[in-house]
Ligand binder design. Structure first.
Ligand code: 8YV
Length: 329
């Protein structure tokens, strides 16, 4: 039997499925430190990860490893050039989380615009003594302008929800999406600068790469309207968190909602002290149904990628399908 490592806690019934095909080693605890992960992968044929970093050194130290299935759509934890060089297949869990993640992006944007977390903290602190006409004035979503940076599948799902809010949709992306998608979403392609200047609510839904590092820093925050909100459901590192904390404190933008952070689970201490922010612990895809779908898709990828099961050799969501069928190098 081929050997696999499941590097994170996951639904036990998914482990049972994997056991039908593999000799399974399961780390049902916290993320493994890099050295420990490397050591445990040394004799494995496959692995199931959830954001665990897999770099060139790890692959070099694991000569049998042929498939790593990430339980996430984002795969910035994989050094893909090394995967390609070693003919190791990487897979992700695209599509199954689109609507759940878009729902959460919407919820976070609304909570941010309408100051839900900030006012709740104030109420819990016993500060609510009387009603006042100017308590917690927020910014409207209905009829406002939405700016989506990153118009992939999740960005499109998010933009589709804007129809019900009668919003104008601006978007920026590495490339323009097909005209029929633009028409369906009633979305207008604009430069990043234009989007930042015009949008009332900016939402980040782009992958993290060297190019997208600090897509939003001090200069970009300065271009936004003082009444605007910023929501990040993509990856930490796309926003310069230190610069954001300054902009929020100085009210250069109205508010921000963050589900992801540079260096998470650590959170920049300045973000914890500004009031006009909603902070959540990377839960955009966290519904029971979606996390189950992600776990099962990651398992399907691993089973098929390692040549087992009904789809042997044809994993459903390969990142680098060109290595399929090639000998490990
Ligand atoms: C994951 C995510 O749950 O899919 C992604 O890219 O950010 C989340 O849905 C998280 O990354 C753990 O793997």
């Amino acid at each position: 039997m081929q050997k696999i490592l499941v590097a994170r806690g996951i639904f036990p019934d998914v482990i049972e499925r994997l056991k039908q095909y593999f000799d399974v080693e399961w780390n049902d605890g916290d993320a493994l430190p890099a050295d420990e992960l490397k050591r445990r992968l040394a004799d494995k044929d496959g692995a199931l990860t959830a954001g665990d970093p897999i770099d060139a050194a790890t692959l070099a130290a694991a000569p049998r490893l042929r498939v790593v299935a990430n339980m996430a759509v984002g795969y910035n934890n994989f050094e893909m050039a090394a995967f390609d060089a070693h003919n190791v297949l990487g897979t992700n869990t695209q599509d199954v989380l689109n609507e759940t993640t878009a729902d959460f992006g919407w919820a976070l944007m609304m909570a941010t615009a309408r100051r839900i977390a900030e006012s709740e903290h104030w109420l819990r602190a016993g500060e609510w003594k009387k009603w006042s006409f100017d308590s917690f004035l927020g910014t409207d979503l209905y009829g406002a302008t939405l700016g989506v940076i990153g118009m992939g599948r999740i960005g499109q799902a998010l933009a589709r929800r804007a129809k019900g809010f009668n919003m104008q949709v601006l978007y920026h992306n590495r490339s323009r999406v097909a005209p029929e998608i633009e028409a369906d979403l009633n979305a207008q392609y604009v430069s990043k600068e234009d989007l930042l200047r015009r949008a009332d609510h900016v939402v980040l839904v782009l992958p993290y790469t060297a190019q997208s590092h600090h897509t939003i820093g001090a200069a970009e925050l300065a271009q936004m309207k003082p009444s605007a909100t910023l929501t990040n459901i993509a990856r930490g590192g796309i926003v310069d968190d230190a610069a954001l904390a300054v902009a929020l404190r100085e009210r250069r933008i109205a508010a921000a909602g963050l589900d992801v952070f540079e260096g998470e689970p650590a959170v920049h201490p300045d973000l914890l002290t500004v009031p006009n922010i909603v902070l959540t612990p990377h839960i955009a895809s966290a519904t029971e149904a979606t996390r189950r779908a992600m776990a099962n898709l990651a398992a399907d990828n691993l089973i098929a990628g390692l040549g087992e099961g009904p789809r042997a050799g044809q994993p459903p969501s390969p990142i680098n399908p060109q290595v399929l069928g090639k000998a490990r190098s």
